[in-house]
Design a protein around this ligand. Sequence first.
Ligand SMILES: [Zn+2]
Length: 236
Amino acid sequence: MISELTPLIRLQGIDLEIRKIQEKKEKLPERLDALRERVAGKEAAIEEKKEKITELRKRKIEIEDELELETERMKKSQQKMSAVQNNREYQALNKEIEEIKKANKTREDELLELMEEMKKLEEAIAESEKELETDRKEAAAEETHINEIAENLDRKINDLNTEAEAVAAEVKPDLLARYRFLAEKRQGLVIAAVSDGVCSACNMNIPPQMFNELLRDERMMTCPSCQRMIYALKTD
Ligand SMILES: [Zn+2]
């Protein structure tokens, strides 16, 4: 291997490590995001149930008002009964009273159903709120946890960056610029070993003549397929 490649390979090793840590850092919030989604989902479900209760409460007041009015009307009809003159009038009043009673019975049944439904909703809300409390605590703990890990990873990245800078200082500026350019395009893998004429990065064959030249370690060479900087891996 030509001597210029030695610091570059070290630099590549450090840069790849930094990339790995950065990827790890990016994945850190995955669980927290899922927890937060769960919290938001439960909050929305609770809100929906509360709105439903508000609707039911309105309907309850409506029915209660109707009941009051109809009961009043029925009382008046009952009072009229005592002053009835003939059978036909009696029948008509009696029919009216019976109809009001029947309608009021339906109203009372609906009221009971409404109250039962409201009670169920309130119980469900209380249950969900308990779960929500647990989920919120879990999310907060996860946040603290990943913040600690992120700080640790940042420290590692900082150390590695310092190390990378020191190594980079040993590399000629034009070579370093080429390394950085290729690193961007090749996910950090810029320098590749060639063994038995095959580039270890792209798995393509190097022409035999070129491979022979590479074995002589005379000049910087690049893989004709992937343009990475290459060196021969000697197995003797
Ligand atoms: Zn290649």
